[in-house]
Design a protein around this ligand. Structure first.
Ligand SMILES: [Zn+2]
Length: 343
């Protein structure tokens, strides 16, 4: 069975000159995927605007209305980092809608797994406002959609973007049906994601943060996957795995200070493919979050698709590993294991 992807040129209209989260991220990625010749072996899943009720399940109606009006008036700023232009409201609805459609195709068995190459990103968006370049919580909305439209009870969301997925965490903080696992640089933007943030009420224990200091790289991320994520996932028994796939932990990324390389991303995605095979029939859906180096991002996405399509031997890393040795992530991992009773 093929790997699916979503790509919608409309999403390029959401852009702002000089902003790191601009249309060239996706445009360059699309160019490389075409040059590499990988698209013919993948299954294109149609993009479409999400129905409003899919978005209002986790976002406030008055926020949607405010965003719609802001777009209609030509745009503005949702917060100092987060622009809105005339096309943004529809682009954000299409980012969600394309991802939901990909989830539908995976749940129906049309494709085995997939990657939604969408913008704007989602994991910082809060129920009542956009934040951190994000307008709607794409991954969170996909989790809720899988539960409501496909009777999935337990969804695992893995967030390997270098920033903490505060929006996703907030939406499911008291909800034991969604296990949220985030690796990120800490302390760093957006300020949340401390070890001690583990959920509340019935959701206690279903938020798992791995707050790595600056300097951690591929080995630390992989160790966290093997020694924290894998045992957690086996305990939780998800029926679907969603991934907030940001590539700003790459060592060349201009916005952060982690040291993952392309082969590291390929290994992380390979680990997720294995976990999905073991636990949920291979059902694994990624959605694009950050990644701000315009040459690195396309290659990281290409490597991800090669691994999803079960051709990891095709992965090439034109940038190589960071020449600086990475910092040891083991102390953080051991602290997470103790807190979540994994050791
Ligand atoms: Zn990020």
């Amino acid at each position: 069975m093929a790997t699916g992807y979503v790509y919608d040129p409309f999403n390029l209209k959401h852009t702002y000159p000089g902003h790191p989260e601009n249309h060239r991220r996706l445009e360059r990625t699309w160019d490389l995927l075409q040059q590499a010749g990988i698209l013919a072996s993948l299954h294109r899943v149609e993009s479409m605007p999400a129905p409003l009720e899919a978005v209002t399940g986790l976002h406030r109606v008055d926020y949607l209305e405010r965003l719609r009006q802001l777009s209609q008036q030509g745009g503005g700023f949702e917060d100092p980092d987060t622009y809105v232009v005339a096309a943004s409201y529809e682009a954000a609805l299409r980012a969600v809608g394309g991802l939901l459609h990909l989830v539908d195709q995976v749940m129906a068995g049309v494709v085995e797994n997939g990657f939604a190459l969408v913008r704007p990103p989602g994991h910082h968006a809060r129920p009542h406002r956009g934040m951190g370049f994000c307008l709607f919580g794409n991954a969170a909305l996909a989790a809720r959609h899988a539960q409501q439209a496909h009777s999935v009870e337990r969804v695992l969301i893995v967030d390997f973007d270098v920033h903490h997925g505060n929006g996703t965490q907030e939406m499911f903080y008291g909800d034991p049906s969604v296990l949220f696992f985030s690796i990120h640089q800490y302390p760093y933007y957006p300020g949340t994601g401390a070890l001690e943030e583990t959920g509340e009420g019935e959701g206690r224990g279903y938020t798992v943060n791995v707050p790595f200091p600056a300097g951690v790289g591929s080995q630390g991320y992989l160790q966290a996957f093997r020694e924290v994520l894998a045992p957690l996932a086996r305990r939780f028994q998800p029926q679907l795995i969603l991934v907030s796939a940001g590539y700003d932990a790459h060592w060349m990324d201009p916005l952060a200070a982690h040291r993952v390389d392309i082969q590291g991303y390929a290994a992380l995605v390979g680990h997720l493919v294995e976990l999905a095979d073991e636990l949920c029939g291979g059902r694994l859906v990624l959605t694009l979050e950050g990644g701000y180096h315009l040459e690195v991002l396309p290659h990281a996405v290409l490597a991800t698709l090669q691994v999803l399509a079960r051709n990891p031997q095709e992965v090439r890393d034109p940038f190589g590993p960071d020449p600086v040795a990475e910092r040891d992530g083991a102390p953080t991992i051991q602290a997470v294991q103790r807190l979540h009773h994994l050791s």
